[in-house]
Design a protein around this ligand. Structure first.
Ligand SMILES: Cc1cc2nc3c(=O)[nH]c(=O)nc-3n(C[C@H](O)[C@H](O)[C@H](O)COP(=O)(O)O)c2cc1C
Length: 396
């Protein structure tokens, strides 16, 4: 996901510096070109050689090192980076950066950087709470540096509180958000529904379906990486929602209807990928359903039609995409759905084809608009999500 991207990691002299070996390794596995710049203090906690082996690039520690491989390395690295992460960021490096000091290799490399620069403060809780440090952090944020909030917990100094470097996975997610994709959805509000709904029969049992939420979550992740402000309205799933999206958890079709319709006016794009149950048991509220020996029938009523509501109330310039899961006559049924629901696109899949549908990591989709019918090959759900978003953008 980071192929062709140059990531600079700035490591300063905090105890959490050792965690950056993992971060470097994770980024290399994502095919990034990783360069590490360390302060002299950082070399007391982890060696430059560790980073050189992991990244296969020279690790810079000294501005005046004459054995360097790049032309004026601090300027070259700073200006060619796609993303720059300083982690752990000591109180000292934060103070220097907030005041434009450039007296070592790391600080001199940050100043010429034009890419997103992220700073992850990590230190003892009392150091972090010191108003001087807090002012410096605020000053850096006001200059456009992204501050990665530190975690709370048991610290290396044996105090408990805020100041922990966030987990390696979290740091990598920040880097992905910063540079994995072009920001062609920057500033767009996009609402995505995902997962199944649950329709209570009684306080114990419910009706649901096989949706795992994978497709909707992949859409939310890709839209977020492309710069959108994402709201993910999700039924119960066992997977973790992507970072940096607003998650609205719902259970029933009614909950989802309310969550979507109350937010639909402020959205530029709405993609309904959730598998909403079409029917719900009647009289649930009154709890009137009685289990009668031998009688398995449950009186049902239709749930609210979210897509029809969205089609009826479509705003000028808004794009609405629905999903259709078919077991037969996929194209014909999907075209009918496109017209009947008055939406802009139907992403259809045939549940009978291997590699498509619920629970799989792949999907085979057909994108149907008024004028086009695009058959996608078998792709991962993230690739499908990107293709759906490409089509949405080109149609708007
Ligand atoms: C064992 C030890 C652990 C330290 N951990 C931290 C830390 O987590 N955060 C911090 O801001 N400073 C920490 N320091 C202090 C810094 O290493 C010190 O301020 C140093 O001058 C920072 O230099 P640098 O910002 O150039 O890397 C630690 C010092 C020692 C001896």
């Amino acid at each position: 996901m980071l192929k062709g991207k140059r990531i600079v990691l700035g490591v300063s002299g905090g105890i959490a510096a050792y965690k950056m070996a993992n971060v470097a390794s994770m980024l290399v596995k994502l095919n990034a070109d990783v360069h590490v710049v360390m302060t002299e203090a950082a070399t007391h906690f982890i060696t430059p050689e560790t980073f050189e082996v992991l990244t296969n690039n020279r690790c810079y520690t000294d501005t005046f090192d004459r054995g360097m491989e790049m032309h004026v390395p601090h300027v070259t690295l700073g200006t060619t980076a796609d993303a720059f992460l300083i982690a752990p960021a000591t109180a000292d490096i934060i103070g220097k950066l907030a005041n434009g000091i450039a007296d070592d290799m790391l600080t001199t490399t940050v100043l010429p950087a034009r890419c997103p620069v992220m700073i992850a403060p990590s230190m003892n809780v009392n150091m972090l709470e010191n108003p001087i440090v807090q002012d410096n952090i605020k000053k850096l944020a006001s200059y456009g540096y992204e501050i990665i909030d530190s975690d709370e917990g048991y610290l290396a100094c044996r105090a408990t509180g805020k100041g922990k470097l966030p987990k390696e996975e979290v740091l990598v997610e920040y880097i992905l958000k910063a540079c994995a994709k072009d920001k062609d959805l920057q500033g767009k509000n996009i609402l995505i529904t995902a997962g199944p709904t649950q329709e209570a029969i009684d306080p114990v049992r419910y009706i649901t379906n096989h949706s795992t939420g994978k497709m909707g979550y992949a859409l939310a992740k890709m839209a977020m990486l492309r710069g959108a402000n994402v709201t993910l309205v999700t039924g119960e799933t066992s997977i973790t929602p992507p970072s940096f999206v607003e998650v609205v958890k719902i259970k029933s079709a009614r909950d989802m209807y309310e969550a979507v319709t109350s937010r639909s006016d402020s959205q530029d794009i709405i993609i309904k990928s959730a598998a909403v149950a079409d029917y719900r048991p009647i009289n649930v509220a009154d709890n009137k359903i009685k289990k009668t020996e031998g009688d398995m029938s449950i009186p049902l009523e239709r749930t609210d039609d979210i897509l029809s509501y969205l089609g009826e109330h479509k705003k000028e310039g808004q794009f609405i995409c629905g999903f259709s899961m078919e077991t037969e006559n996929m194209l014909e049924n999907s075209r009918k759905k496109l017209e009947k629901k008055k939406v802009d696109m139907i992403a259809a899949n045939n549940l009978k084809v291997e590699g498509a549908g619920f629970g799989t990591d792949t999907n085979i989709m057909t994108l149907i608009t008024k004028d086009e019918c695009i058959e996608l090959p078998i792709l991962t759900k993230e690739e499908v999500a990107d293709r759906i978003l490409d089509k949405v953008i080109s149609s708007m």
